[in-house]
Design a protein. Structure first.
Length: 408
């Protein structure tokens, strides 16, 4: 009888977690891994478009050349890459250039799968104690992940932007730490994101989603860790300040054109406004109890005001929609992930005119930001302690914790 009960318990556990019998994998993870491998091999032959910047940057950073070391950003303002990313790129130095690039692409693509698992666990933690249907959550993650992976391969393989990859990866870990109630980890991961790519500062409002008593300590940790990475360059060469003024061409398909900005390069006010808008929208989202929207809103601010229109920018949008679809709402079909993929990636490939592509970018930002900030959503309701059913609720919460640990 005990063996029958054990077998039944195992079957129930595997059914609830989607675990494949006898294997330490979940069905949706296997499907997403296969989808990632497919896209990797489709894109890799034309990949590594920007890898030479990472390679050049790490060689200069760890060299004794006059234009390297702490003078790196002063002498090469075009390398808008954080020191953490250059240190990570250094790990490929023992390999030949081609092999190092391939290793970086494969590792970056694999991080996308890790992020999907982390987002799933973040959602399970966020809804802990609310009777979450974990099979529905896994289905939602699978559908959103199928949209996320093509754009992740775009940034990690086609462009090989290890800096963007790490910024988004650490931001995902920060969101998970937030769901776990770990303020110090939130600060550490957000700081690592900014130290990987400066535009990740737009995700800093995640700190405000912590209990108010943790704000000061978390903000101090965040500020100190950002300063530790960046301050040596400013103190080592005061001309590093000029790196913040580096400009790129204002492309005809940018949303900026719809605001009447026809400057040939980045306007002087553009970057500060970008950061301020991302921080402001993220803070409003937290104030409205919608912290899972912070990443999407920060990414929205980036593509709205950035003069360039590289397709790898869309990866940050897809991470934002993934967090919103998995954590911010409980609908089975993650519409926003697929809307973002169709509008921003499909529009780039299919729309014939630059003006139309710019309008689609503008429209997506306005509509998605308005939706996540103001559209009514179902917030998780956790039962109060006490009452005759408390024992059953405790048992249900214990079971949910097991499912979270299993990789929802």
């Amino acid at each position: 009888m005990r063996e029958v009960r054990t077998a039944r318990t195992t079957t129930d556990y595997e059914a609830a977690t989607g675990r494949i019998a006898g294997l330490p994998f979940r069905r949706h993870h296997v499907l997403l891994a296969a989808w990632t491998v497919l896209w990797f091999f489709l894109v890799e032959p034309s990949g590594g478009f920007s890898w030479h910047y990472l390679r050049q940057g790490e060689q200069l950073l760890f060299s004794g050349q006059p234009d390297g070391g702490l003078s790196l950003y002063a002498r090469h303002p075009e390398l808008q890459i954080g020191p953490v990313s250059l240190a990570a790129a250094r790990l490929t130095a023992p390999f030949s250039p081609h092999t190092g690039q391939l290793v970086a692409e494969a590792a970056s693509a694999a991080l996308g799968l890790v992020m999907l698992v982390v987002v799933g666990r973040t959602a399970a933690l966020y809804y802990l104690g609310t009777g979450t249907n974990h099979r529905r959550l896994q289905q939602r993650l699978l559908i959103a992940g199928l949209a996320f992976i093509p754009m992740w391969v775009e940034v990690s393989v086609r462009f090989a932007h290890l800096d963007d990859v790490l910024a988004l990866f650490f931001t995902t870990l920060a969101a998970h730490a937030l769901a776990r109630g770990k303020p110090t980890q939130v600060a550490v991961f957000l700081a690592l994101a900014v130290d990987s790519k400066p535009w990740a500062i737009a995700f800093a409002p995640l700190v405000l989603a912590l209990p108010r008593r943790d704000w000061l300590r978390t903000a101090l940790w965040f500020a100190v860790l950002v300063a530790v990475a960046w301050l040596p360059f400013y103190l080592g060469n005061l001309d590093t300040m000029a790196a913040a003024k580096f400009t790129i061409p204002n492309q005809p398909a940018s949303a900026l054109r719809w605001f009447g900005v026809t400057d040939p390069a980045t306007p002087w006010w553009d970057r500060p406004t970008q950061f301020a808008l991302g921080l402001g929208l993220g803070s409003i989202a937290v104030w409205r109890g919608r912290w899972p929207a912070v990443v999407l809103l920060g990414a929205d601010a980036r593509i709205l005001l950035d003069p360039s229109v590289y397709t790898y920018y869309t990866a940050s949008i897809l991470l934002g929609t993934l967090l919103w679809d998995a954590v911010g709402q409980k609908r089975l079909v993650p519409w926003w992930s697929w809307i973002a993929l169709a509008a921003l990636y499909g529009g780039t490939l299919l729309l014939p005119s630059d003006s139309a592509r710019g309008f689609v970018r503008l429209a997506f930002v306005v509509v998605s930001a308005a939706y996540v900030l103001f559209w009514p959503t179902q917030q998780p309701r956790r039962p109060r302690s006490g009452g005759p059913g408390e024992g059953g609720r405790r048992a249900a919460r214990r079971r949910e914790r097991v499912l979270v640990g299993a990789g929802a």
